[in-house]
Design a protein around this ligand. Structure first.
Ligand code: DGL
Length: 267
């Protein structure tokens, strides 16, 4: 049984956890969310690197983590090189699914990709390189929104999604000219998949969740601890960085997925 850490600024990594856990149920999962510094999409790049290194270089050895999944596009598009230098275990990142979206469009004879992500992710040079490498022949429009990240958090805390607000955020794409493929370039956004589809009915939603699960599965084949399988899945362990009332409410969504009570990380 391997110890697998899923890390995000907030609840978005739950969409990645679901895919990884569905593919690989018999492991010990840790979910750490940095609510003290949420939202990451508004943090400067230097601060983001410093913060993620601070947390993970403490958490990983303390919990004998075998594999880390940075279930956050905003962090993965900038922090991975520094993190891989400091952690001597596999680190899997989640980056916008531009390549599969371009493949989908090409296969359908379509040409417009919309990248829905955080302000941080849409401004990264890494993102520009992804587009250049995999979708240079496509029209790619980008929309960076923290408002939508917060709406996904609120949905998990039990609030109804305000469809009028959502329609306003997506207004630039609600025309005959809107995207054919919509890349959910923030792990919070698959949590709003139904609402996004209602608002942009012709767009094919594309995210990285299943690809991440396949990547973790292939890395586990090289992880000695993964060989000793448990027959039953064990409760996941959930950590925040600030024990707020909101975090306690959000923990309910994790309890429904088999996680134990919320703990606060002290570093
Ligand atoms: N879930 C995150 C992502 O995939 C970040 C949201 C945020 O903290 O801004 O980018």
């Amino acid at each position: 049984m391997a110890n697998i850490l899923i890390f995000d600024s907030g609840m978005g990594g739950l969409s990645v956890y679901r895919e990884v856990h569905r593919a690989l149920p018999a492991h010990q999962y840790f979910y750490l969310f940095d609510n003290a510094c949420f939202p990451y999409g508004e943090l400067g790049e230097a601060r983001l690197v410093e913060r993620v290194l601070e947390l993970l270089t403490a958490f990983v050895p303390d919990h004998n983590v075998d594999i880390v999944v940075i279930a956050c596009n905003t962090a993965s598009t900038h922090v991975l090189p520094a993190l891989r230098e400091r952690l001597h275990i596999p680190v899997v990142g989640v980056v916008p699914a531009i390549k599969p979206a371009a493949a989908y469009c090409r296969s359908q004879g379509l040409n417009h990709i919309g990248l829905l992500a955080t302000p941080g992710t849409v401004s990264r040079s890494y993102t520009a390189e992804l587009v250049q490498s995999f979708a240079a022949d496509m029209r790619v429009s980008m929309l960076g929104t923290t408002e939508l990240v917060k709406m996904a958090e609120d949905k998990l805390a039990g609030q109804a999604v305000d469809m009028i607000r959502l329609t306003r955020i997506l207004a630039p794409w609600r025309s005959d000219d809107g995207p054919h493929a919509l890349v959910l370039g923030c792990t919070h956004f698959p949590l709003l998949a139904d609402e996004l589809s209602q608002c942009l009915p012709r767009a094919q939603l594309v995210d990285s969740g299943q690809a991440i699960a396949r990547r973790v599965a292939s890395l586990l084949l090289q992880t000695p601890a993964a060989g000793q399988m448990h027959q039953q899945s064990v409760p996941g362990r959930l950590y925040c960085t600030e024990l707020t009332e909101k975090a306690k409410t959000q923990a309910g969504a994790f309890a429904r997925e088999g996680f134990a009570a919320l703990e606060c990380l002290v570093i």
